[in-house]
Design a protein around this ligand. Structure first.
Ligand code: GDP
Ligand code: MN
Length: 394
């Protein structure tokens, strides 16, 4: 789950990771009032969307007076902000963060993420702040520092110190080495305590007045741990999410939209992957990945039908369920009931394997739905039938 920059900064502040003073605003008037309350003589107005690259897209503006704050807020609020992370349609800006302007002495890069190779949290840092880390990794990989955190002891003080020296902070201002090291430690503590999957501060800045500040903050949480973080769940902004993704999350389904025309409904992630492969091998293309989980009951199938068919590209639905714990006849009943209830306009091909498979065949064949609901025999047959149904030759 992603959150906005202003929310990430609030979370991180409770762990001692400080950001410039700022306030969030939903209107131009609020933005001006925020700048006035913050005080000073320069401000930054920043679009709040769940995507990076806002600066380049015109979503971050440095302002030298209140008139400029007003103009920036007017321009940014309500804009459709396009960045390399939003896709071509961009994302509508509903809120801006107004912050005190910082006198930047040096921009650095700092992030933490779960590294699958070392099975640990890894800390990445670089002197090349403000740039995209992918670009740094491609052009000057030697400029990326790494510390692997042993999960049994956490990030050790010497590792934070080593990063601070590796970033040459002592050469810019020796007094900032310790504050930088404790910020790194604080970020790790936040990452661990809140079950993050990513925490990125780009840029982390050393200011002219001797502070170490998170100028930007991006935090992503591990969805599988959200059950133990009610406070984090409250930060969810559904308007930023794809509506189909939100609905699937609410229904407890594991759904990922793809570009093809064959909607897939499968139990188990591995089987779902296999189904997508065989659809592709048969000359079709899957419209989604959907794991309905271990139990495929009528309600689950109904919700899955509703989500799959909201995608206008879907021409056919392929159900591939292995009846191990759940019996095939129960699934078949659920499919017929859900088909009628939803009033499906696209044909459905069903492949059921496992306990009571024959009974399931009888239920599907006797449904009276004819060519709109057909049973397949085996995965290859199912893929072939789905591909030809999607091509309108069903
Ligand atoms: P992103 O483009 O979505 O990553 O947004 P950032 O929050 O990283 O802002 C982009 C850039 O704007 C930063 O790399 C800074 O160079 C610049 N910027 C942001 N805040 C300030 C500020 O307070 N003062 C100055 N001088 N530049 C800023
Ligand atoms: Mn940034």
């Amino acid at each position: 789950m992603k959150i906005h920059e202003y929310q990430a900064k609030q979370v991180l502040a409770t762990f001692g990771v400080m950001a410039p003073r700022g306030r969030v605003a939903g209107t131009v008037q609020e933005a001006v009032a925020a700048a006035r309350a913050i005080g000073g003589s320069t401000w930054v107005v920043k679009a709040q969307i769940h995507a990076g690259g806002r600066g380049k897209g015109g979503g971050v503006k440095l302002c030298k007076d209140l008139k400029a704050v007003e103009a920036a807020a007017e321009q940014i609020l309500g804009m459709q902000l396009v960045t390399h992370q939003t896709g071509p349609h961009g994302q509508r800006v509903e809120k801006v963060l107004v912050e005190e302007g910082m006198a930047i002495a040096k921009e650095l890069y700092l992030s933490m993420l779960v590294d699958r190779n070392s099975k640990s949290v890894v800390v990445l840092a670089s002197t090349e702040g403000g740039m995209e880390i992918e670009e740094v990794a491609a052009k000057t990989p030697e400029k990326i520092l790494r510390e692997i955190v042993d999960p049994t002891v956490g990030l050790l003080p010497f590792q934070a110190q080593r990063l601070a020296f590796g970033l040459a902070i002592d050469r810019i201002d020796p007094k900032l080495v310790n504050p930088a090291a404790s910020l790194i430690a604080g970020l790790y503590e936040a990452f661990r305590a809140k079950d993050c999957s990513l925490a990125e501060i780009n840029p982390l800045v050393l200011t002219g007045d001797g502070r170490v500040v998170a100028l930007d903050a991006k935090v992503t949480f591990d969805d599988n741990a959200l059950f133990r973080h009610k406070d984090v769940v409250e930060l969810r902004d559904r308007s930023e999410e794809d509506p189909l993704d939100s609905e699937a999350t609410d229904a407890g389904l594991n759904y990922i939209k793809l570009e093809g025309s064959i909607g897939c409904m499968v139990n188990g992630a591995g089987l779902a992957m296999g189904t997508m492969d065989i659809v592709q091998a048969a000359g079709g293309s899957p419209a989604n990945f959907l794991d309905v989980g271990g139990t495929a009951n009528a309600e689950g199938v109904e919700q899955a039908f509703r989500i799959i068919t909201k995608d206008p590209h879907v021409r056919c639905i392929l159900i591939n369920i292995f009846g191990g714990i759940v019996r095939c006849d129960v699934v078949a009943e659920g499919v017929v009931t859900a088909f009628r209830k939803v009033g499906l306009a696209v044909p459905v091909v069903v492949r059921l394997e496992g306990t009571n498979k024959e009974k399931a065949h009888e239920i599907i064949d006797g449904s009276g739905l004819g060519a709109r609901l057909v049973m397949a025999d085996g995965l290859r047959d199912a893929a072939r039938k789905a591909v030809s149904a999607a091509a309108g030759k069903g």
